[in-house]
Design a protein around this ligand. Sequence first.
Ligand SMILES: [Fe+2]
Ligand SMILES: [Fe+2]
Length: 288
Amino acid sequence: MRKFFPVDSLARDSRFNQITMRQSQADPRTVLVGTDAKQRPNSNRLTPQRPDASDRARGLMHGIFVGEIQALEGAGRTCFDFETGAGDSTDNVPFALKLDMARQAWDEARHVEISVKLSEWMGTEIGQYAENTVLFEAACSTDPVLRLAGVNRALEGLAIDVFTTMKEFGDIAGDPYLEFCEDWMLADEVTHVKMGSDWLRRITENDPERRKKALEFQSVVDKIFSFGGTRSDSDESPIGLARRFRELAGFSDDEVEDIATVSLAALEERKAFAARARADAVDQFSAS
Ligand SMILES: [Fe+2]
Ligand SMILES: [Fe+2]
């Protein structure tokens, strides 16, 4: 069986439409709801009261669904791509790490099934929204520690934030299926992030350079997802930062603060961009 499988060779049937990370970067002007201040809600958080709540929730759920498939594929690859060893170089990992990845693959397979049923429940068809392949792209690193940092810590850390927001959405919307499914998946994701945190610390205990490189990669992935202020502590972000669950998942207080700072800075940047775009539109209108 082939090792180090490239993202463009993932097996998908004709229902799926894949886009790469670069293609999927949203235009920040489209992130804010409307350009008329009176129509803009005080909070941009995903709540059932939003006029676009149904479409946004279904789109997010479809994003979770394809993320689960890629998480399954990534964890499976990490079991197979590397030799079994002490984890002292990039070509091998301890057997216990492979066991953790196998357990994760099992969890993700269950999440895929739950996500398919939930999407159907919400009225969505497979492939109705594009599949962003960023998670698997982060799982293609040739250093297993970078995979743990980019996938388990950055992207599954984001999954903790997304599941927490969706769970609250299900609660407020009075949808117990959505609420409980998100809660169950959230519990597993906390375990996956914790596995990433624990293995990253253990493997790089005597290799500060490798640890630094892995944490830098994690921070790059975190920044990509903070783009446009999609996730932050502010109510103006659709997705909140789940601080408590991140603590449980092995993030230090400083790490949580770093993510909060980067996310808020991205939100401010987006707002400034949107304000400039609105001002330009008014100028163009006045000049015409
Ligand atoms: Fe999952
Ligand atoms: Fe996961």
